[in-house]
Design a protein around this ligand. Structure first.
Ligand code: HEM
Length: 473
């Protein structure tokens, strides 16, 4: 009976069908969720278009102006996510993705200091060390076809194990390490995992109704157990390592954030797990996609190598410093283009919390309406990015950026709910790519596809198979 919802409100919509609304291609794994959203985006030229996920009406926000209003200018109308206020009490209820606006704001203010420039400088040694562990591995297998997805995941696991869980491991030497094994269990592309992610992040009623859990209990117990151990060791020793764990120790000491929001160990563990959940696959896929594009575009690869080699020559210990790696202009363009073409977290959502009249129209977005922005569609819209399939870092030269409306490039979102780990993810990926380029020429193999395939069982944008060769320079 809800299928006349958008018609009644005079909002353009896509024709739904019972019982899945507009998401049938995703239910049968014909299309990934991100491609389905891109299809909704491409289906219209209007500023917004309605559709249904099962019987729940959603709005795809298309116009850059409206995107800006929702994310930034009129944030007070859209300050929660579709996943906010999840009723089933799980670790997820204590994360930035799920808390209501009031508690989200308290928590975000407390977590933000863990991501300042000085904190990022302090963890550069972890990014450099993990990248060198990858280089050692590539040295051993130089000339062979290497599974890029696997090496990117191993690197990201090393980084998160050290920074978030205080766990010193080298997964390149020990792929059966339990941290890596449990990490892969969370994200393994199965039907069950896809249903879990969609239920938690898009249709929380489904998670509530079917009592779906985001992780298996054994996986959650593993991460909680390690988190508690490292927290206890740090508390007892008083050691300061300038990492996330120092921040957790401090938050535990503060205890009550006010209004009954208390930082007990489970709540703290939830923060560590959410960072891992939000950062692990997004960052490792960014590395895989960028390595792939560099292999396929040799001219871009050599131009980038020249810039990076010059920058590294300024350092005396072979490690990249924060300033050194953040300020490389061509490198920044390459990473931006990679995130344009492959926005690894392809979905931004907001829930309307008070009725909103779209400026200059009579259209009202009503309270409780769920809005989504399909980043893949937006970033590949030829109106803003001509020949979107072409990998062209020059799209991000200052003159070209000026020609586009703001908010048509949002790989990390925008406004108060934007990605808290943006620089952490970028620094991890950049250090790894920079260290690799100083030692190896990246080449496609005979089996490397001309066009990368996205895994349709994944909630995030992840490549299917990417095999490349790393030839010593
Ligand atoms: C290349 C890597 C990454 C990409 C592309 C990415 C992308 C995104 C996007 C698109 C959002 C939604 C923003 C919005 O709604 O406006 C987001 C939110 C978030 N990200 Fe990231 N992310 C990445 C890495 C990370 C890392 C490394 C961490 C943690 C260490 C992280 C933690 C989070 C958290 C906690 C949120 C929710 C923020 C909030 O609602 O307050 N992300 N990310």
């Amino acid at each position: 009976k809800n299928f006349d919802y958008w018609k009644k409100r005079g909002i353009p919509y896509l024709e739904p069908s019972f019982p899945f609304g507009n998401v049938f291609p995703c239910v049968i794994f014909k299309k990934s969720y991100s491609h389905l959203l891109a299809q909704f985006y491409n289906s219209s030229k209007e500023s917004l278009v309605g559709y249904w996920i099962f019987n729940i009406p959603f709005l795809m926000i298309r116009s850059p102006e409206l995107i800006k209003n929702i994310m930034v200018k009129d944030f007070d109308h859209f300050n929660e996510r579709a996943s906010s206020n999840n009723k089933v009490k799980t670790f997820f209820s204590d994360t930035l993705f799920s808390l209501d606006y009031h508690d989200w704001k308290l928590l975000r203010t407390k977590l933000s200091p863990s991501f300042t420039t000085s904190k990022m400088k302090n963890v550069m040694h972890i990014f450099n060390k993990s990248s060198k562990e990858m280089i050692e591995y590539l040295d051993e297998v130089s000339g062979d076809a290497v599974d890029c997805k696997q090496i990117s995941s191993l690197l990201t696991a090393n980084v998160f194990a050290a920074s978030t869980f205080g766990y010193k491991i080298n997964c390149f030497k020990d792929v059966d390490n339990e941290f890596f094994v449990y990490s892969k269990k969370i994200m393994v592309p199965t039907v069950a995992n896809l249903v879990r992610f969609i239920a938690f992040f898009v249709v929380p009623e489904m998670a509530d109704f079917f009592r779906i859990k985001l992780f298996k209990q054994s996986v959650l117990d593993f991460f909680r157990h390690h988190f508690r151990n490292v927290l206890r060791v740090r508390e007892e020793s008083g050691e300061k390592c300038n990492d996330f764990i120092d921040g957790y120790v401090q938050l535990k000491k503060e205890g009550n954030l006010g209004d009954g929001f208390i930082f007990d160990e489970d709540r703290l563990a939830a923060q560590a797990i959410q960072f891992f959940l939000a950062g692990f696959e997004t960052t490792s896929s960014l590395i895989s996609f960028t390595l792939y594009e560099l292999a396929m575009n040799e001219d871009i690869q050599s131009k980038l190598r020249n810039e990076i080699t010059d920058a590294l020559a300024l350092e005396d210990d072979g490690d990249f410093s924060y300033e050194n790696i953040m300020d490389l202009s061509y490198f920044n363009k390459v990473m931006s283009e990679s995130l344009r073409k492959y926005p690894t977290l392809p979905l931004i959502d907001r829930k309307c919390v008070k009725d909103y009249r779209i400026p200059g129209t009579d259209i009202i977005i009503e309270k409780e309406t769920r809005c989504q922005i399909g980043i893949l569609g937006l970033h590949n819209d030829p109106e803003f990015y001509p020949n979107p399939e072409t990998f062209d870092p020059e799209r991000f030269s200052p003159e070209n950026v000026k020609t586009r409306p703001s908010h048509v490039y949002i790989p990390f979102g925008h406004g108060p709910h934007n990605c808290i780990g943006k620089r952490f993810g970028l620094l991890t990926a950049k250090t790894c790519i920079a260290q690799t380029l100083t030692k190896f020429r990246i080449l496609p193999t005979e089996s490397t596809p001309k066009r990368i395939e996205i895994d349709s069982k994944e909630f995030l944008i992840k490549p299917k198979d990417v095999f490349l060769k790393f030839e010593k320079l």
